[in-house]
Ligand binder design. Structure first.
Ligand code: URA
Length: 275
């Protein structure tokens, strides 16, 4: 696949990754798809939530209410949810190297810089950030319109690893680091780092990995051991990294990366991945 990277300032036409085109073609060629999958592909909800919509009588196929789970339909059929016709959407996956002073929101009434401004040239489709980074946190932020994948990536039960590089106001002691590994008490429950080590590049720097995404989690963990964050950068999300990227730039995920994420959250069976 041709490498595509973000270039601020230069307008480019909406782009579609090879994987999304391929999937779309597969759906069209197949012609037949499970109803819950069709609904999930329209970006409304996950497949499981689609099952709930179906069993609660909110879905119509060709004007008739369908309540039976596991139903297959032709992609040419007319599907309505709550009276609105829906269509499967091509999925787009974008990785941004978020700079400082940008807000993770889809719109800001105070007209501040948002992450959406940085990826506006990437696609004509409506995509959403997967989780959030604080205004002055830098690093890896994912965007997609694949609601099913996004929901799972954000759900703590799927154990998606995030690695952060943190510079703190004071040098943390070995005991502080051990406390973070053992688990610190936060107002919304305990939080544990899976791994904590010192950064070689800064005397007050540590690297820590966590498996959850609660708001301000790392800042609050650092406060819990008596220090404050000076800089915070997310370098790893699932299997994705910032390798080769520059701050403020975006790129589409490769097919392999999308498949790896889908495997991680059990939307894809590892064995079905081609080597
Ligand atoms: N933890 C934080 O405190 N802030 C972030 O932006 C991400 C993780």
């Amino acid at each position: 696949m041709k490498k595509q990277t973000g270039n601020r300032g230069r307008k480019s036409p909406p782009k579609t990754s090879a994987s999304t085109r391929q999937k779309q073609l597969e759906i069209e060629a197949e012609g037949i798809v499970r109803l819950n999958k069709y609904i999930a592909h329209a970006g409304i909800c996950s497949r499981r939530e689609a099952d709930n919509l179906i069993t609660s009588g909110r879905v119509k196929v060709n004007g008739k209410v369908v309540t039976e789970m596991g139903q297959k339909i032709k992609t040419s059929e007319r599907v309505e949810v709550d009276g609105h016709v829906i269509r499967p959407e091509e999925h787009v996956y974008i990785l941004l190297y978020k700079p400082k002073d940008t807000i993770t929101t889809t719109s800001d009434e105070r007209d501040r810089n948002t992450v959406m401004d940085l990826i506006e040239d990437a696609t004509g489709k409506r995509v959403y950030p997967v989780g959030r980074l604080d205004r002055n946190t830098t690093g890896l932020l994912l965007f997609t319109n694949d609601g099913e994948l996004a929901n799972r990536l954000m759900h703590p039960s799927y154990n998606v690893r995030k690695i952060y590089e943190v510079v703190t106001t004071s040098r943390l002691s070995d005991e502080d680091m051990a406390r973070m590994k053992a688990g610190v008490d936060l107002e919304d429950g305990p939080a544990k780092a899976y791994h904590v080590s010192r950064m070689e590049t800064h005397p007050n720097g540590i690297k820590l990995s966590v498996f959850e995404g609660r708001n301000h989690l790392v800042r609050r963990m650092i406060q819990a051991v008596g220090s404050e964050v000076v800089t915070l950068k997310r370098t790893i999300y699932g299997g994705l990294s910032l390798k080769g990227m520059r701050r403020g730039r975006w790129r589409f995920l490769k097919d392999r990366e999308v498949n790896e994420l889908r495997t991680l959250v059990k939307l894809l069976d590892k064995k079905s991945l081609k080597k």
